[in-house]
Design a protein. Structure first.
Length: 144
């Protein structure tokens, strides 16, 4: 036999709040209008106030998400946007190993290069940064 624990006043208020929210959510538009009219409140101004509250909440959420994204971007730029020299050297060595042992890769890099003379310095830097970033992601995955 279990003894039921008497709910605290806070729990009681939460139940009342939940019941009130449920009754509002389950009511039809006509029922809500009737209840608002019975209270003597102006329907149009009440609806406008709720819509303004919703719009303000959406704007605040959007502002916070934008700020979070800016913070994440700044952290990424600071720590992850450019690979450090050691990572680039490691990526360069990996590329040389891959490139020397794979004729198809050699051909594709020549075709992708401007004027068919090989990769430009900018192309090579971008490729090496990508390889370094990939190595970093792989090492993080192994750590997890």
């Amino acid at each position: 036999m279990s003894t039921s624990k008497k709910p605290t006043p806070r729990e009681e208020l939460e139940r009342i709040e939940d019941a009130l929210v449920d009754s509002i959510l389950n009511a039809s538009g006509d029922e809500l209008r009737e209840e608002l009219a019975a209270t003597g409140l102006d329907l149009d101004s009440s609806i406008a106030e709720v819509e303004a509250t919703i719009a303000a909440a959406k704007a605040e959420y959007t502002r916070k998400r934008l700020e979070e994204a800016r913070t994440e971007l700044a952290a990424w730029r600071k720590h992850g946007a450019k690979a450090d020299v050691t990572a680039l050297d490691s990526a360069r060595a990996k590329f040389v190993r891959l490139h020397s042992g794979d004729q198809d890769l050699k051909q594709r890099t020549l075709l992708a290069a401007r004027k068919g003379d090989g990769l430009s310095d900018s192309d090579m830097e971008t490729l090496l940064e990508g390889l370094a970033a990939l190595d970093e992601l792989e090492s993080r995955r192994e750590d997890d």
